[in-house]
Design a protein. Structure first.
Length: 446
């Protein structure tokens, strides 16, 4: 009976994700496409993230995730697997399938709410973190380390969590052989990643963009703080209840669960977006469920649970009233029409330049960036890369440029923070077609 209910919860969750607006990050499409088209990561594709499935030989593009429809299917399957992990882990800890389902219900409520309709690297991390947590709890040190190492290859914000796990494991086990297994598991994926980048000659560029740039230019210009008090209060409701875990009798479980909860929260500090809570959310909900079962018989606890349920349903009502939609952000009709126009004016594999307009137009039109240099045109990137981009345009002199001069990023107009590129385009290109605010421009004849 409990397994039937689990299937029902998973089906409802999947259905919800098909009815919400959807935002797959463009990076998941454009980076693997350019990588498979011969551009070198970090040297020609300029970005500050660790490679994951974007910059390695096996990536989203050659795995078939090439459009938003397929990306949504990926997201749904990821959520289904996380639901199964939560059920299996909670059942093992609570020794009850019935009690385990409470965690699945909580995840059904809160996963969509915390920008579960967004598809980004963060959505993938629980697939590695949940089994890693359970392996540490069961003293499976090598597998725990291997999963953490793979997680770091996806996102470097897991490095602090990994250090916490190492420190805790040394303190808890005092077993040198087990620590060696843990360290070995962590290092294998990272060593393979570094060897690959050394082999293609981009290790210095990798170091600059993922370490130096992140700690300097991006830390100064690219981070953001919560936009409202409501952002903070909603996080506090869902995450503060995890403190109830302290009432659980298994002290080692408490330590390891809070370790993974705190460590997976570190990634929220660069950009204040709900999607960055996705890696930590399963741990917060697992902690909440374990805590509730530990104190649920008291009158005060029952009153607290009632208040929690009332607030939860209120916020769910507000959330769904604003997010049920067939809209796919940055993949709207204007973007599709622009891609079709580009195809009319270019050949497959031709070098063009996209200024301001969404960068996945390269992938959608099967074209390549002028100069073999690509970067997202955010102020913090162009602060260090505008010169290289302009050199690439001047070198290749693409026949077609796609320009949207209305773009504004966090209060800064692209015509201001990319002034040199804009002036070059205005001087050397003329408009030959238009789709909304996006201009198709052709190089002036000599």
């Amino acid at each position: 009976m409990m397994k039937i209910l689990l299937v029902f919860i998973v089906l409802v969750h999947s259905l919800i994700l098909t009815k919400l607006q959807f935002f797959p990050y463009p990076e998941l499409f454009i980076y693997p496409y350019l990588n498979n088209s011969g551009l070198k990561p970090y040297q020609e594709i300029l970005d500050q993230h660790f490679p994951g499935l974007m910059f390695l030989p096996i990536n989203f593009d050659n795995l078939g995730m090439t459009d938003p429809q397929i990306a949504r299917i990926w997201l749904i399957f990821i959520v289904i697997i996380i639901q199964l992990f939560l059920f299996l882990i909670a059942r093992s800890i609570l020794k009850s399938e019935k009690k385990a389902l409470f965690v699945n219900i909580l995840y059904l409520f809160w996963q969509p709410f915390f920008e579960g309709w967004v598809f980004w690297i963060d959505n993938l991390l629980p697939l590695l973190l949940l089994p890693s947590f359970y392996c540490l709890y069961k003293n499976k040190f090598f597998i725990c380390g291997l999963l953490l190492g793979i997680g770091i290859v996806f996102k470097q914000t897991l490095i602090p969590l990994t250090f916490l796990v190492l420190i805790y494991s040394f303190w808890d086990s005092r077993d040198r052989h087990q620590i060696i297994k843990l360290v070995g598991g962590i290092l294998i994926p990272m060593a393979l990643m570094l060897l690959y980048f050394i082999s293609i000659g981009v290790i210095k560029d990798f170091w600059y963009w993922t370490v130096v740039f992140n700690l300097t230019t991006y830390a100064k210009f690219g981070t953001s703080t919560p936009a409202s008090v409501g952002f903070v209060t909603r996080v506090l409701l869902v995450y503060s209840t995890s403190i109830l875990l302290w009432f659980h009798k298994d002290r080692r479980l408490i330590q390891i669960l809070f370790l993974f909860l705190a460590g997976s929260l570190i990634g929220i500090f660069d950009r204040a977006d709900f999607v960055h809570f996705q890696p930590s959310l399963p741990f917060a909900l697992l902690a909440t469920a374990l805590g509730v079962y530990s104190i649920s018989k008291t009158t005060l606890a029952k009153f607290g649970i009632f208040i929690y349920v009332v607030i939860t349903f209120w916020w769910q009502k507000v959330f769904y009233s604003g997010h049920i939609s067939n809209k796919v952000l940055l993949f709207d009709e204007q973007t599709k029409q622009t891609a079709l126009k580009i195809r009319q004016y270019t050949n497959v594999g031709e070098k063009i330049f996209i200024f301001g307009a969404v960068p996945q137009l390269y992938q959608m039109s099967e074209t390549l960036p002028a100069g073999n240099i690509f970067v997202f045109q955010f102020p913090w990137f162009l602060a260090v890369a505008e010169g290289r981009i302009l050199e690439g345009i001047e070198k290749d002199q693409p026949k077609i440029i796609i320009s949207d001069r209305t773009i504004n990023i966090e209060g800064q107009a692209i015509t201001d923070y990319a002034k040199n590129i804009d002036q070059y385009i205005q001087k050397n290109y003329k408009i030959i077609d238009q789709v909304g605010t996006t201009s198709i421009m052709n190089r002036n004849s000599l």
